[in-house]
Ligand binder design. Structure first.
Ligand code: ADP
Length: 493
């Protein structure tokens, strides 16, 4: 639902007054995806369109995109990008999909293998992308009022646009930087950054690029962007403190008036228990029998004991320290040995966590399944078939998993941080309000207590149905987020 005052704002503008937005991002669903960033970039333009905003996406023409969409793209033009001593081909291809226009930057060397190469190779990959965007913009059949940059991969755009490209870009073009995860900043030694971008030495100072003896792409974005957003209100506060900022608290406090937290949403067409084609039986709030079917199917497929009465605790995640895997390691044996529960993990990531979960599967056959890998289809079944969803994150800018889980009546158990704090309301037995369970400190035994509480709720049918109902009712659709982005865009032009 579009709110009333927002409706009035939209009505007061004619179409020409609405800003044109170019979203620049390293990945974008459904074309390419490694995490939540892709989901957001995929969903935002779709939701902006009904609000009268022409938002287009520019993203690398990754191998995965080429494999699937090559026959549908139209070659617009090509040119050569100078990156230090390198002189590299850049093709600009255009793809229209479900009414959204994507510009794809083509270069086999940089985007022929993985989405992220790691290390300096990744710095070069995205320095090329940055330059290609800036060089292509004057030639593209779209003149944006706002370039919406996302994360460190595109965070150098505002600085270069306002220095090296000054006078070459559209006058009055504004630059928004969205921080999806401040832990990734694109930090390199200055020699490397100077070489690829030809940056003047004077910018290598704490006022601009320098942080901890490195040139920092994200810091440059924070200094030069006209506005900065991040993906939840709580995270917008947290990243202004040394504990969460990874060194950027000082610049973010200086820019506090330009910093805003906009909670992400999820694509409710994709994550929809009513019409999901990945799950064996569809269901909704009023007809939960389908969820029982999904649970059976999940247990069957994952080699878990088929029993509707045993609660399944699930995780669908990157396996990293950020996601709280050290807490899982701390209490998993105690949990599996003392409770009548099942544990379902779908994820991939750090080898040590993968090995730990592999070994745990051996110890708890029929009770614990580790599906190590990435599978969209399995993820949907896990959300639909599980009872509880664990997200004990050390920090969480927004988190989509908990919102998706709630949509499928899978109750989240989260650490109160960032977007988890903004979306999960702890269940209150007295008022019947709340949609999940939470704990405050990054502590395995606090998490264990929250899990214990979840189990005791599971045995009480009335509480459990109330929780499921509350969770499934919550509105995490992207429209609300899109509305806030439009307000921000309008504020910028
Ligand atoms: P992050 O972006 O930090 O990884 P989010 O919770 O914001 O975490 O988004 C993660 C997204 O990726 C969700 O849509 C989740 O379902 C999906 N996902 C994570 N791991 C896997 C996996 N192994 N297989 C399928 N989907 C996954």
């Amino acid at each position: 639902m579009i709110t009333k005052d927002f409706q009035q704002i939209l009505q007061s503008k004619n179409r020409e007054e609405m800003p044109k937005v170019l979203l620049a991002a390293s990945e974008c669903a459904p074309l390419s995806k490694t995490g939540g960033l892709a989901d957001v970039i995929g969903t935002l333009p779709k939701n902006l369109k009904p609000m009268g905003i022409d938002a287009r996406v520019i993203t690398p023409y990754h191998r995965v995109i080429k494999n699937k969409y090559a026959s549908q793209v139209e070659h617009l033009f090509h040119f050569y990008v100078d990156l230090g001593w390198r002189h590299e081909y850049a093709g600009i291809e255009k793809l229209e999909l479900d009414g959204i226009i994507y510009y794809l930057v083509d270069n086999e060397r940089y985007y022929g293998h993985q989405i992220y190469y790691g290390g300096e190779a990744e710095g070069e990959q995205y320095a090329f992308f940055t330059r290609a965007i800036l060089d292509a913009m004057p030639q593209i059949d779209f003149v944006p009022d706002i370039v919406h940059c996302n994360d460190w991969h595109t965070a150098m755009i505002p600085m270069l646009a306002k220095t090296q490209y000054q006078g070459k870009m559209q006058e009055n073009c504004r630059y928004l930087l969205s921080i999806h995860n401040i832990a990734f900043q694109g930090k390199y030694h200055f020699g490397f950054v100077k070489d690829i971008f030809g940056i003047e030495d004077r910018f290598y100072s704490p006022d601009y690029l320098e942080l901890d003896g490195c040139a920092d792409f994200l810091k440059a974005g924070c200094v030069f962007a006209d506005k900065i957003s991040t993906v939840s209100p709580s995270y917008a506060q947290e990243i202004r403190t040394p504990d969460y900022s990874e060194g950027l608290d000082s610049i973010l406090n200086d820019r506090a008036d330009d910093l805003i937290g906009i909670l992400n949403g999820i694509d409710t067409d994709v994550f929809s228990p009513e019409k999901d084609t990945y799950i064996p039986t569809n269901f909704d709030r009023e007809h939960l029998e389908g969820k029982t079917d999904c649970k059976k199917s999940l247990q069957e497929r994952m080699g878990l004991e088929i029993n509707p009465d045993i609660p399944i605790f699930a995780m669908v995640t990157r396996m990293t320290e950020q996601k709280g895997f050290d807490l899982i390691q701390c209490m998993l044996d105690d949990f599996m040995q003392t409770e009548n529960v099942q544990f379902m993990l779908l994820g991939s990531g750090d080898e040590r966590f993968e090995n730990y979960m592999r070994a745990a599967e051996g110890r708890y056959r029929g009770k614990l399944c580790s599906y190590l890998g990435y599978s969209e289809e399995t993820a949907h079944l896990v959300y639909a078939g599980s009872d509880f969803f664990l997200m004990p994150s050390r920090f969480e800018p927004c988190g989509l998993g908990q919102m998706i889980a709630m949509r499928y009546g899978c109750i989240p158990i989260v650490r109160e941080t960032g977007g988890l704090r903004d979306t999960v309301i702890p269940y209150n037995r007295f008022t019947g309000k709340g949609n999940g369970f939470s704990f405050t400190n990054f502590d395995a035994w606090e998490m264990r207590d929250a899990m214990r509480l979840a189990i005791s709720s599971y045995t009480n049918k009335e509480i459990m149905s109330r929780l499921i109902d509350n969770a499934m009712q919550a509105d995490f659709g992207f429209r609300r987020s899109a509305e806030e982005y439009v307000r921000l865009y309008l504020n910028m032009i």
